[in-house]
Design a protein around this ligand. Structure first.
Ligand code: 5RP
Length: 230
């Protein structure tokens, strides 16, 4: 399938995902290329009269949302969300997800936790049987991150510092991203539990299943999968 067909599928999933957003809702907005389609479509819906208030998971998403005139949540002390819309890097058949391809995983997880429900939008390449063999993005503080990397390697992880244009990529939170391959025999959930306990680790890109719906666009059409809470 050529690249623009995948783009068309992402756009379809994004538009279908927006159908879960209703008048008066407070909405979390994730990051990534599928979300760009969702933001643009939401912009049209808002222009046509849909009333929402949004909170964004990254500076990039916020810049586009403001350009599209999506209203933002005014009171930062009240961000309980009706719905959160976001893309994924991988999703397993149970609804567990890996995110962080766009380095926005910490804020994305905050929004997912603040929301009553998340709608995951994607094309069919994102569905995998098991997450364990995929890279886990981990946001860490910059302080002595070389030593942190050594610590993780000693624990059996393979660790690559994510770079952008030859320089360490700096997240919107001022953090760094380690892309981590987990040791054989360990599950993604176990790796997350182990890593999140280390001081200096801000968050991992492993999102354990919670109340969510996956909207998956493929060559056969759109597939919807509902996942219950834990
Ligand atoms: O986790 C993310 C950003 O941190 C993105 O949602 C994820 O990488 C999917 O992006 P895309 O829609 O471009 O495939």
């Amino acid at each position: 399938m050529c690249e623009n067909k995948w783009e068309a599928l992402k756009q379809k999933a994004a538009q279908q995902g927006c159908m879960y957003i209703h008048d008066g809702m407070k909405v979390g907005l994730g990051s990534g290329s599928t979300m760009v389609y969702a933001l643009k479509y939401l912009g049209e819906l808002v222009k046509a009269g849909l009333r929402i208030q949004a909170v964004c998971s990254s500076d990039k998403t916020e810049a586009l949302a403001r350009e599209l005139k999506l209203p933002m949540i005014e009171d930062p002390s009240k961000i309980s969300l009706d719905i959160n819309l976001d893309g994924v890097d991988q999703i397993d058949p149970h609804g567990n997800v890996i995110k962080g391809g766009g380095a926005a995983l910490t804020r994305e997880k905050m929004l997912a936790q603040w929301a009553a429900k998340t709608i995951w939008i994607m094309d069919e390449r994102k569905i995998v049987d098991k997450l364990d063999q995929y890279l886990l993005p981990v946001e860490v503080l910059p302080f002595n991150h070389e030593h942190m990397r050594t610590v993780l390697i000693t624990m059996g992880y393979q660790v690559t510092l994510r770079k952008h244009q030859g320089q360490p990529l700096i997240t919107d939170n001022g953090g760094l991203i380690f892309d981590v391959r987990i040791p054989i025999g360990k599950t993604m959930s176990q790796a997350h539990q182990e890593l999140i306990q280390l001081a200096g680790v801000v968050e991992t890109g492993y999102f354990e299943k919670r109340l969510s719906t996956a909207v998956i666009a493929g060559s056969e059409g759109i597939k919807i999968i509902d996942f219950k809470d834990q």
